[in-house]
Design a protein around this ligand. Structure first.
Ligand code: MG
Length: 598
């Protein structure tokens, strides 16, 4: 993965600093409502902290999520993943198997390694983590050195914190209990006698790779029975015996493994927490350094948040084009689930970072049926009241949907509003949700340039617009709108399929337009909208160019729109097809914004 953070700052440092912000704990309304320090309390005029996007006492800095601590030290807090609840090994499976049950023995409140049965791994995968695990060596002492009470906590299946009966048992120092096996002995030996319970509290940071290159080694901090035995040690590589293993690039998450080393080691009270510091609630993608790029000095906020058309995949891709190839400073926002702090477009009530709109020069939105808290909507409202320009893609004709019992002053912005007919979509963009005009999923769309619009600079270098999403019904668009493209329904899903015959294509529906807008009491602004914009629509080069050209247009760079704007996209941009995803797609994958940069 290529990094995109402020060029003047070491990208990794930048990552971790952004991460401090993360927590995504901007969170949902009810959490904030519990906090006396909700948004609104803090400063906007204090100095910016070094290497940070935050000011001292920044009012926008996300508040830490409220977590309920365990009743006693060592007990799992409310946000932990419980890996053993004292009853069964359902969170585990046999290592190396697809789905075989963990072959170890479960006793009264503990489980026990069965020598020779094989190691076990968690079903879930972890990257950066906090781990609590308690273990005891067999009460009946057998063997010596590495043969006695040997097991191991092998994080990501690669990095071992040794478990050994190190009570009155000589062995090489880097193989004792609490050692990072084969690398670093524990600072002290605090192992309890065989049969007694030991506790490990481990903080592990996974290594970072860029392709095959190691950017940052793994790091581990270990407390053994509450005593620090490894202090932020940088690992030399994965666990190895009698040799020095080298790092080899691997995924950012892996299964936690408990080692079968032939001894009946017991375990209890196992829980893990993802390190919240690894999660950024939004992406900051500064413009490329080249001062000749037209977008230099202009800030675009791209807002994803739709359940169906994978805008969480398309917006980072567009931001990468705009920042790297055109110089714009981009920020990409996502729907963040406050429970998992990860990207979850099915979660309609939280888009952290909308304050980035306050000093933005333009916005690109792909929203669907959001119901955001008032304090988040306030930034959106300020933006449009000031008449700032924006680009709206696909479902953005129906960006908001407040429940019937909502007390929000923004309720009238809902797509089905009667009070402000058709809400923000119809009143401002020109249309609300009306219909699928082409058959959804079986009739693709071709963009046909309107004769009268041929000279529009937004259409420079745009001739071949195709997308697998269907043509939307558009019936409310005022005639003051300037239609650039009409949507031709194709008979099938391929670019070579012929147009559908008959009335549905005669006349065709507006597919892309520009128009002026004005919020009640606000300043006049301008917008570009296209009802195309599924993440896989944007595999079409000319559709990407249309959006890039529209970005130039909205930011006052109309005269600088290239004859054929660069819209190169990485081969790794392979978006999911449109369609709704089951909730577990997001809660199991735990997608971070940074994971979506391709
Ligand atoms: Mg071991």
């Amino acid at each position: 993965m290529k990094m995109h953070f402020l060029s003047s700052i070491n990208p990794l440092r930048r990552l971790s600093l952004c991460a401090l912000s993360a927590m995504a704990a901007f969170a949902m309304g009810q959490v904030i409502a519990q906090s006396p320090l909700g948004p609104g309390v803090g400063y906007t005029n204090t100095p910016v902290l070094p290497n940070s996007q935050w000011r001292v006492h920044d009012k926008h800095r996300p508040r830490p999520t409220i977590v309920k601590a365990g009743d006693a030290v060592g007990q799992a807090p409310s946000d932990a993943t419980i890996l053993f609840d004292g009853k069964d090994l359902s969170e585990w499976k046999k290592a190396g198997s697809k789905d075989d049950a963990a072959p170890w023995k479960v006793g009264d409140g503990y489980f026990e390694a069965v020598g020779g049965s094989g190691s076990i791994v968690t079903r879930k995968e972890f990257g950066d983590m906090q781990l609590h695990i308690e273990w005891s060596a067999p009460e009946v002492v057998k063997g010596k050195s590495q043969e006695r009470g040997n097991s191991g906590v092998i994080i990501m299946g690669r990095y071992e914190i040794q478990i050994l009966d190190s009570y009155d048992n000589d062995t090489y120092a880097d193989g004792q209990a609490g050692s990072i096996y084969g690398q670093f002995p524990p600072q002290v030996n605090v192992t309890k006698a065989p049969g007694q319970w030991n506790a490990y509290d481990i903080i592990f940071e996974a290594p970072r790779f860029d392709g095959e290159t190691l950017l940052k080694p793994a790091r581990a901090t270990v407390f053994h029975n509450g005593v620090l035995v490894q202090n932020a040690k940088e690992l030399i590589g994965p666990m190895a015996h009698q040799e020095i293993a080298k790092y080899k690039a691997h995924p950012s998450k892996g299964h936690l493994l408990l080692q079968d080393h032939g001894n009946s080691t017991r375990f209890r009270n196992v829980w893990a927490r993802r390190l919240r510091e690894e999660i950024d609630p939004w992406l900051v993608m500064p413009g490329a350094a080249d001062a000749t790029l037209p977008g230099k000095g202009k800030k675009i906020v791209l807002i994803s948040g739709d359940e169906e058309y994978r805008s969480e995949e398309s917006m980072p891709m567009l931001a990468k084009i705009l920042s790297e190839q055109h110089g714009y400073d981009c920020v990409v926002l996502f729907s963040i689930n406050p429970e998992t702090h990860t990207v979850d477009p099915n979660y309609q009530n939280n888009i952290p970072g909308l304050h980035h709109l306050d000093d933005a020069d333009g916005m690109i939105m792909c929203l669907r049926f959001r119901s955001l808290p008032d304090w988040q909507m306030a930034h959106f409202e300020k933006f449009v009241n000031e008449g700032k320009p924006f680009v709206a893609l696909r479902t953005s004709t129906h960006p908001f949907n407040f429940p019937g019992d909502s007390k929000s002053p923004f309720k009238k912005w809902a797509f089905n509003s009667k009070e402000w007919e058709g809400g923000f979509g119809q009143q401002i963009i020109g249309e609300t949700w009306h219909s699928h005009h082409g058959n959804h999923g079986s009739q693709a769309t071709r963009g046909v340039i309107v004769d009268a619009a041929k000279a529009s600079p937004i259409l420079k270098g745009v001739s071949d617009v195709f997308g697998p999403s269907d043509v939307y019904g558009v019936v409310h668009l005022p005639n003051t709108a300037n239609v650039l493209l009409q949507g031709q329904i194709l008979k099938g899903m391929n670019p070579t399929d012929p147009p559908l015959e008959g009335a549905k294509n005669s006349p065709m529906m507006p597919l892309a337009w520009t128009k002026d807008y004005q919020m009640p009491g606000g300043k006049t602004g301008k917008l570009f909208c296209t009802t195309m914009g599924a993440a896989n629509d944007l595999l079409c080069e000319d559709l990407r160019r249309l959006v890039v050209n529209a970005t130039y247009w909205m930011t006052g760079l109309e005269a600088k729109i290239p004859e054929k704007a660069s819209v190169k996209v990485s081969d790794q941009y392979q978006p999911n097809n449109f369609g709704f995803k089951p909730q577990k797609f997001f809660t199991e994958q735990l997608i971070r914004p940074i994971d979506l940069v391709k």
